[in-house]
Design a protein around this ligand. Structure first.
Ligand code: ACO
Length: 326
C-alpha cells in the first residue's frame, strides 16, 4: 500500500448556471434529449474574466481550510486540466501566483479526464519517496471557453469547475491499495482540439473553421470509455484481492450517465454504491472525480476506513482506476 492520506478537499463552482432549456435557445436540441442521452440537467459556466487557475486557487483555499492548513504549508502544486490558462506557463504556476507561494514546484498534467488519477499517483510518489508534505492536486476545467457553442454534439455535455485535494503521508491506515494507469495514442483523433498547437498553429482559417474547439466522435468515445473504465476497475479490484462487494463507494469520471451505468454493469458494481454529480455539473473532465469525491464527503457518504474505487477515461485516450482506503 502507498501510505498517503487525503487530508483536505474543496471545490470551486462558478455561480452562473446554463440549463438544458437555455441550450434549446442556442442549438437544435431539447431538454428531453440531453437528459435521456446524457443524464445532464444543467452545468455551471464561468464569466468572461475567469480562467482555470482562478478556480484552482479558489478550490485550493477551501481544501486548505478543510485540512486546517495555510497556503504556505503546501509542498507542491499539481493541476490536471484539459483547458489550461495558457500552453505555458502551466496553470499550476498561475494558481501559485494567485496563492502567493513562490518557490515550491508547480506543474500541469495533460491527461484529459484521467488527469486527476495521474496526478494523485504522482503526488503519492512525491509524498512517499520524495519526502514532500501537503501536495495539492487539483482537477480544474473551463471547458466553456474551448467548446464550439454551435456544435450540439459537444456543447451540451461540458461544464466548468475545479476541485482540489491535499495529499500527505498517512499513519499507515489510509492509502492507495492498487492503481493502474493506461493510454492509447493511436486513437487520439477521436477526441481532440485539432488546432492551436504546433501540429496546426492558429491562423485565420483555423479560427474561421473553429478548429481550436473540442472535436469528438461521441459514439466511438462512448464504446471505448465503457470498455476501458470497466476493465480498469476490474483490474485494480483483482490486484487488491477485492470484489465490488468490498467497495464502499464507486467514484467514476462522469462524461455521460449512460457510460457510468454501462461501466457499473461491466464491473459488477451497483449504482446504489456509485456517487454521481453529472446531473448538476455536466462533464467537467479532470475535475469530475475530485468534485464527485468532495460532493460525496459533504453528503456524508464517506467515512475513515472506507474503500473507495475510482475509474476514469478521457482524450488521449487515457484511462485509469484506483482503490483508495480513506
Ligand atoms: N441534441 C439533439 N440531438 C443530438 C444532439 C443534441 N445535443 N447531439 C447529437 N444529436 C443527434 C445526432 O446528430 C444523431 O442524429 P442522427 O441520427 O440524425 O444523425 C443522434 O442524435 C444520435 O447521435 P449520437 O452521437 O449517436 O448520440 P449518442 O447517443 O452517442 O450521444 C453523446 C452523444 C452524448 C456525445 C455520447 O456519444 C457520449 O456521451 N459520448 C462520450 C463522451 C465522452 O466520454 N467524452 C470523453 C470525455 S471528454 C474529455 O476527455 C476532454
Amino acid at each position: 500500500m502507498q501510505k498517503i492520506k487525503i487530508v483536505g478537499t474543496g471545490s470551486a463552482i462558478p455561480p452562473r448556471i446554463i440549463t438544458n432549456l437555455d441550450l434549446e435557445k442556442m442549438v437544435n436540441t431539447s431538454d428531453e434529449w440531453i437528459r435521456e442521452r446524457t443524464g445532464i440537467s444543467e452545468r455551471h459556466i464561468v464569466d468572461e474574466k475567469t480562467a482555470t487557475s482562478d478556480l484552482v486557487a479558489e478550490s485550493a483555499l477551501v481544501a486548505l481550510k478543510d485540512a486546517g492548513l495555510e497556503a504556505k504549508d503546501l509542498g507542491a502544486i499539481i493541476v490536471a486540466t484539459a483547458s489550461p490558462d495558457t500552453a505555458y506557463p502551466p496553470t499550476a504556476c498561475w494558481a501559485q501566483k494567485k496563492l502567493n507561494i513562490p518557490g515550491i514546484p508547480a506543474f500541469d498534467i495533460s491527461a484529459a479526464c484521467t488527469g486527476f488519477l495521474y496526478g494523485l499517483e504522482i503526488a503519492s510518489g512525491l509524498v512517499e519517496s520524495g519526502g514532500y508534505r501537503n501536495v495539492l492536486v487539483s482537477g480544474a476545467e473551463v471547458m466553456s471557453k474551448i467548446v464550439n457553442w454551435e456544435d450540439r454534439n459537444t456543447c451540451v455535455i461540458f461544464g466548468d469547475g475545479a476541485s482540489s485535494v491535499i495529499v500527505d503521508k498517512s499513519d499507515g491506515e489510509s492509502g492507495i491499495i492498487s492503481s493502474y494507469l493506461g493510454a492509447d495514442g493511436t486513437l487520439g483523433e477521436l477526441l481532440y482540439q485539432p488546432a492551436g498547437g504546433t501540429r496546426m498553429p492558429a491562423s485565420q482559417e483555423t479560427i474561421d473553421k473553429k478548429l481550436h474547439t473540442v472535436h469528438m466522435k461521441g459514439t466511438e468515445v462512448f464504446k471505448h470509455a465503457v470498455r476501458a473504465m470497466g476493465g480498469a476497475a476490474i483490474r485494480v479490484l483483482k490486484e487488491a484481492n477485492l470484489t465490488s462487494d468490498d467497495i464502499s463507494l464507486f467514484i467514476p469520471h462522469q462524461a455521460n450517465l449512460r457510460i457510468v451505468d454501462a461501466t457499473c454493469r461491466r464491473a459488477g458494481i451497483s449504482m446504489d454504491k456509485t456517487h454521481t454529480i453529472i446531473h448538476k455539473y455536466g462533464n467537467v473532465p479532470a475535475a469530475s472525480i475530485p468534485l464527485t469525491l468532495d460532493d460525496a464527503l459533504r453528503a456524508g457518504r464517506i467515512k475513515r476506513g472506507d474503500l473507495l474505487l475510482f475509474a476514469a477515461f478521457g482524450g488521449g485516450f487515457t484511462w485509469g482506476a484506483m482503490v483508495l482506503k480513506w
